[in-house]
Every structure is written in C-alpha cells, then in structure tokens.
Ligand binder design. Sequence first.
Ligand SMILES: Nc1ncnc2c1ncn2[C@@H]1O[C@H](COP(=O)(O)OP(=O)(O)OP(=O)(O)O)[C@@H](O)[C@H]1O
Ligand SMILES: [Mg+2]
Length: 222
Amino acid sequence: MLLRLADIRKEYAAAGHKKRILDGLDLELDRGQLVSVTGKSGCGKTTLLNIIAGITYPDRGKVFINDKKIGFLFDCSLSRRRNREIGLIFQTFRLLDNESVLSNVFLPARIKGSIGKETKEYVYEILGKLRIYKYRKSRVGILSGGQKQRVAIARALVNRPSIILADEPTANLDKKTSVEIFDILEELKDEGKALLIVTHKEYMHKRSLRVFNLENGKLAVL
Ligand SMILES: Nc1ncnc2c1ncn2[C@@H]1O[C@H](COP(=O)(O)OP(=O)(O)OP(=O)(O)O)[C@@H](O)[C@H]1O
Ligand SMILES: [Mg+2]
C-alpha cells in the first residue's frame, strides 16, 4: 500500500476547551488511484492533508508510506521524505509572488539538491503541458488565478512524488478551467500516482474511485 493512515486523532484547543478534529481516522490509497474528500468547512480536511504531508503532527495514530511508518517525533528525515514523496497543492497557492514561475517551480527541487539537466527538461515539459511555458520567466504576481493554480501544480510535481495531495485545487476557478485542471490531475493518476483531492465539485466526485465525506473525525464513503 502506497499510503495508509491508521487511527489518526487530532485535537485543537479552541476557546479554552479541546476540540477533536480527527477521531480515529483510517485511509488507504494506492498507486493509480484518485480519491476525493469532501466535508463541511472546518471539519478537518486541510488538517488531514497536513498530517499526511508531515506539516502537522497527529496526537495519535500512524501514517505509513510504502508500508514504512512515518515517525513524527525527532525524525529529521521527515521533511526530506515529504519533499521527495509528496506533492502538495495548497488551498491558498502559497507561491512567491515576487519570484518567477521557474523559480517557484524549482524550489522543492532546490531544497532536495542541485538542479540537473533532467529536472530542467522535466519542468519545461510540465510547464508546456500545463500551458504556462510562455510565462516561465514572468513574476507569479501578474498571473491569473488559473495560471497560478497551474504553477502550484507544476511545483508539486517537480520532485516526481508518488503521492499528490490537493486542497480544493479548483475552488476559485471557472468551470472550464477547473475541468482542465482536473483533467491534468486525472492524467497523473493514469501515470500511476496516487491522488487525494479535497473538492466539493460533483463532476470530480463522479471521476473519483472513491468519495469520502469527512464527518465526526472520520472518513465515510459517500
Ligand atoms: N493550528 C490550529 N490551531 C487551532 N485550531 C486549528 C488549527 N488549524 C486548524 N484548526 C481548527 O481545526 C478545524 C479544522 O480546520 P481545517 O482547516 O482542517 O478545516 P477544513 O475542513 O479544511 O475547512 P475549510 O473547508 O474551510 O478549508 C477548524 O475548526 C480550525 O479552526
Ligand atoms: Mg481547508
């Protein structure tokens, strides 16, 4: 199994009392699978993605990638593993607006090490596929929402991760652009990647292997 979550719990303190966000959540996701997650605002979808990515630590429970347990405490290799194996597309793009498209997209590769010819060629190829190649030297700040979303996707792909996590990747886009973005994500599934997409869009649910509703801290099949 590429990704497995077992009995994940997470609480946050809110206004003096603890609020349980995730409560014994389980999930399995394998290569070539695209799964969607929906659920009310504040139910914990972003928290879930952040836990998988190792950005937020769970209070309890285990995360396995390729059947290897991810240690959350004192694990210096965590961020390195995340950088290599997981591509994250954030709810807000979290791009550097004053930097160029290329500089944004290369960032995770730069963190990993030096950028070789192969990585450069790969980036040009994905920018081409995403139809933003001509903007490669432009400052991200001047791009439209849909174009920024494509830059965020390219950045998530640069290290060729096996798992892609996308947090409402088309929330602010018109229907045509969202369908295009979804087509791109679906193509990644066909390349053998595993995708977990937070989305409320029904046409994306229809094209997902499974749709989960995050409710009462657990994922329920819709
Ligand atoms: N760092 C934090 N400290 C305290 N509470 C937090 C923190 N992060 C999230 N929360 C709370 O946890 C709950 C879940 O937040 P999360 O962002 O995961 O929800 P979500 O399902 O992604 O919502 P949305 O659909 O609005 O994006 C919310 O009540 C939020 O206020
Ligand atoms: Mg969210």
